[in-house]
Design a protein around this ligand. Structure first.
Ligand code: KIV
Ligand code: ZN
Length: 513
């Protein structure tokens, strides 16, 4: 048995299924590049057959990623599998991940298929996929709630057909660590050909045990692949968190005895990029990547850490990519210094025009903020004026007035396509007035589900504010993110960014319809 643990990242597929986390093709490519810097073994880039947009995203990632294996999900049918193979054509290393549900509940109520039909479909799907790609993963959806006898028959059959990885999903997050570990061990022990495939765990976090279950699947069950997402992003309570699994296996190598190929110094940059792109902020007390994960507030702890770090620290902040808020650039920094800092941060912009736009945003920020940190640079890269996508709604200017005893008002100028809008409104506060002004022209009718503000760099009111706005319209949920030293401007940017997502989804539906 190999002593390497394969890290399979599904941020761009299962993570993206979280309502509001949908990403554009360029955003996905940026995250895929960061995943490659992180040195994950497999990147599940999406579900190619789900829509033309998903196909394009998988195809783009497959043609840019050189080191990691790029994978596409596919239902167990020829059309999905062919689309996946087509989208993956350019990847030096590719994998097709096909799945069908095997629990009684899913087969009867969702698929309306008998056991024998499911068994046959799984077998045929893997046979078909194997002719298109040598690396095939098979998942029995809702596997953990499936009858083990039936599951053994299905898994044995797909290995016979050439599946190279067998993934056992706890689709609804029902498992308990010891039981999940035993479940996988039992399957492996009972199947005569189980050693012909790598076993994989895929856990959801509904009971808060996704990481514990995955680690039990590794330790007790003998799995050698963990499927996980950055920040534990995913539907409902999320997926297994990549950073927690990796740091658990590294920190407790004495117990697990396994190696992971991850460059841990890229963990925090990956976490920030995913949070900023999706608008799903990281809770401060989140293990490894939360703002407080390495902060020692109590006097006793501080005293201990100063005397000897390992009194209270089991990992080093810098090993997972936390850097002290370092002033990196200022308003006198030139284009070359800016370009070099981007390179040091591992950021690759698509074109000279993106670099020019990023530099212009940087100069604008440096005029208003005396100290520019790495976090500020990463945040400005998320700005829609920098990315190559041409957004429909763009903020042009904003003025607002608020005074004790007066009702605040705001005047916002923004572009919608070729048209320029001048909007004014009052509100309960300047943020409310600004968003109402925008809405008075756009008339989206979207419901505001969430509004939150975070400081990009901690410990100072000079920090940029990063605002997340979540909107719901007609059953669709989107997140918009905006950053600026002025939180009213950041709020307007976040609102327009969310409207852009609603707009591009509406365009996508219209194009397909
Ligand atoms: O949770 C699940 O069952 C899945 C499968 C498609 C692998 O995501
Ligand atoms: Zn899943």
């Amino acid at each position: 048995m190999s002593d390497k643990l394969i890290i399979f990242d599904t941020t761009l597929r299962d993570g993206e299924q979280s309502p509001g986390a949908s990403m554009t093709r360029d955003e996905k490519l940026r995250i895929a590049r960061q995943l490659e810097r992180l040195r994950v073994d497999v990147i599940e880039a999406g579900f190619a057959a789900a829509s033309p947009g998903d196909f394009e995203a998988v195809r783009t990632i497959a043609s840019h990623i050189r080191e990691a294996t790029v994978c596409s999900l596919a239902r167990a049918n020829d059309r999905d599998i062919s689309r996946a193979a087509e989208a993956l054509k350019e990847a030096p290393r590719s994998r097709i991940h096909t799945f069908i549900a095997t629990s009684e509940l899913h087969m009867e109520k969702k698929l309306r298929m008998t056991r024998e039909q499911v068994l046959e479909q799984a077998r045929l799907a893997v046979r078909f996929a194997r002719n298109l790609c040598p690396d095939i993963e098979f998942s029995p959806e809702d596997g953990y709630r499936s009858d083990p006898d039936f599951l053994c028959r299905v898994l044995e059959a797909v290995i016979e057909e050439g599946a190279t990885t067998i993934n056992v999903p706890d689709t609804v997050g029902y498992a308990i660590p010891e039981l999940y570990g035993d479940f996988i061990r039992t399957l492996r022990e009972r199947m005569p050909n189980s050693d012909k495939a790598v076993w994989s765990v895929h856990c959801h976090n509904d009971l808060g045990m996704a990481v514990a279950n995955s680690l039990a699947g590794v330790k007790i069950g003998g799995a050698r692949q963990v499927e996980c997402t950055i920040n534990g992003l995913g539907e409902r309570a999320g997926n297994t968190s990549l950073e927690e699994v990796v740091m658990a296996v590294k920190t407790r190598r004495d117990y697990f005895g396994l190696d992971v190929g991850i460059d841990t110094s890229q963990i925090v940059p990956a976490s920030r990029l995913v949070a900023q792109t999706t608008g799903f902020v990281v809770q401060p007390n989140k293990a490894v990547v939360g703002a407080n994960a390495f902060a020692h507030a109590s006097g006793i702890h501080q005293d201990g850490v100063l005397k000897a770090r390992d009194t209270y620290e089991i990992m080093r902040a810098e090993d997972v990519g936390w850097s002290a808020n370092k002033i990196v650039l200022g308003k006198l920094s030139g284009r070359n210094a800016f370009r070099q800092r981007l390179q040091e941060l591992g950021v690759e912009l698509e074109s000279e025009s993106e670099l020019n736009a990023a530099f212009a945003r940087f100069k604008d920020l440096a005029d208003r903020k005396s100290e520019i940190f790495d976090e500020d640079i990463i945040a400005l890269l998320g700005d829609e004026s920098v990315t190559s996508e041409h957004e429909h709604y763009r903020l042009l200017s904003l003025a607002q007035r608020s005074e004790t005893g007066e009702r605040p008002c705001a005047r916002v100028v923004f572009a919608a396509g070729e048209q320029e809008h001048h909007a004014e409104s009052e509100g309960n506060g300047p943020v409310d007035a600004s968003l109402k002004a925008i809405e008075s022209k756009v008339r989206s009718g979207a419901e505001l589900l969430l509004y939150s503000v975070n400081a990009i760099t901690s410990g100072s009111t000079e920090s940029q504010g990063e605002v997340t706005v979540r909107l719901q319209l007609g059953g669709r949920v989107v997140n918009g993110v905006g950053a600026d030293p002025d939180i009213v401007i950041a709020s307007a940017k976040a609102y327009l960014s969310a409207l852009n997502k609603l707009h591009s989804q509406a365009e996508r539906v219209a194009a397909q319809g």
